[in-house]
Write a new protein. Structure first.
Length: 343
């Protein structure tokens, strides 16, 4: 039988291809595996950040903050509401990113501000039911040192933006609905972390909160204008978190003027569902009611207030028609996605 021998040069090329080498005999570099997004609301996608010495806060994330991801252009930190359903908001963030065709380039992070009845571990901080939304220190019944809930967000931002593990990062978007919206509006007024990363764009998306931070003494007068309320009839209307008086530890590190400069100068998007006119879990205190009769009315009033007293402010208001008090519908709507992903 006659054998057909291959030329020696061809044999060398075949061997080089099998061994991952080029024609010069050098080894071709192996590509790093593409990071796989984690989309579970269970412990699979859960991590903890150390916010004080041996004290932690849980959060869900689509990509590991320790491992990083070179494809990420946007970090979306999405804050839960009064019911502390961080799993639901995490899923909403993922759905919104996919609907906007931005999932592969978006890191979704959902912090979990636990209360005592969430059964936190001994080394995990927790807050009073409403305290976390106002930036208060963690509960006196929990471990020490106590930490502001706003400081937790600061540390998450620093871990993402300052680590070098997300080298393509361009923007940080802090998003919140209902009590989470209260958190984000006040956080926009007081954080110092934005100024630490001048190369990044920051945006704050606030949806359907029960109340807003007013920067002066005036409140809606019910007739389309504004007036200073009777302090004896409503003595707490301008206290933190509805106003600038009697601020907490985190916010007291800034002057009134610095807070005003922050909230008027930063990119703040206010979204109001025009069907959000119920009163369930609505702040119906005297100070809350001065802001309007329901959440949608309060949305219209805060935008009118900013236009009246702070012309040139950075707030952008948008109505989401046909939506009531639903984070899923607000953030996956065309309007909601537009403000989160395509400013």
């Amino acid at each position: 039988m006659k054998l057909h021998l291959l030329p020696a040069s061809l044999i060398l090329l075949l061997l080089a291809a099998a061994c991952g080498s080029d024609s010069n005999g050098t080894t071709a570099p192996e590509e790093s595996p593409r990071p796989v997004a984690c989309e579970s609301t269970l412990r699979t996608c859960e991590s903890r950040i150390e916010v004080a010495n041996d004290l932690h806060v849980r959060y869900l994330r689509t990509f590991d903050l320790e491992e990083g991801n070179p494809e990420i252009r946007r970090a979306m930190l999405i804050v839960h509401g009064l019911g502390r359903n961080h799993q639901g908001l995490f899923t909403t963030g993922i759905i919104a990113a996919k609907d906007a065709a931005s999932f592969r380039e978006t890191l979704v992070v959902s912090p979990y501000f636990q209360a005592a009845d969430d059964n936190p571990a001994a080394d995990e901080l927790f807050w009073t039911t409403g305290g976390w939304a106002r930036g208060h220190l963690s509960s006196t019944a929990g471990p020490s040192p106590r930490v502001s809930s706003y400081d937790v967000m600061d540390q998450l931002v620093r871990k993402i933006a300052g680590s070098g593990r997300f080298p393509a990062l361009e923007e940080v978007v802090v998003v919140g609905h209902s009590a989470g919206g209260q958190y984000v509006h006040r956080y926009a007024s007081g954080n110092r972390v934005e100024s630490q990363f001048p190369a990044l764009r920051f945006r704050y998306v606030v949806a359907n909160p029960s109340s807003y931070l007013y920067l002066g003494l005036e409140r809606p007068d019910g007739e389309g204008g504004f007036a200073i309320p009777d302090l004896q009839a409503c003595p707490d209307y301008n206290l933190w978190h509805r106003g600038l008086e009697d601020r907490n530890n985190y916010m007291n590190q800034l002057t009134d003027e610095q807070i005003r400069d922050n909230l008027t100068g930063r990119d703040v998007r206010i979204l109001g569902g025009n069907m959000d006119i119920g009163t369930a879990d609505l702040d119906q205190s005297c100070g809350g009611n001065l802001q309007g009769v329901n959440r949608y009315d309060r949305f219209l009033n805060i935008m009118h207030y900013m236009d009246e007293f702070f012309p040139g402010h950075g707030h952008v208001g948008a109505t989401v028609f046909g939506v009531a008090h639903s984070s899923r519908q607000m953030f996956t709507s065309t309007v909601g996605r537009g403000h989160i992903f395509d400013p």
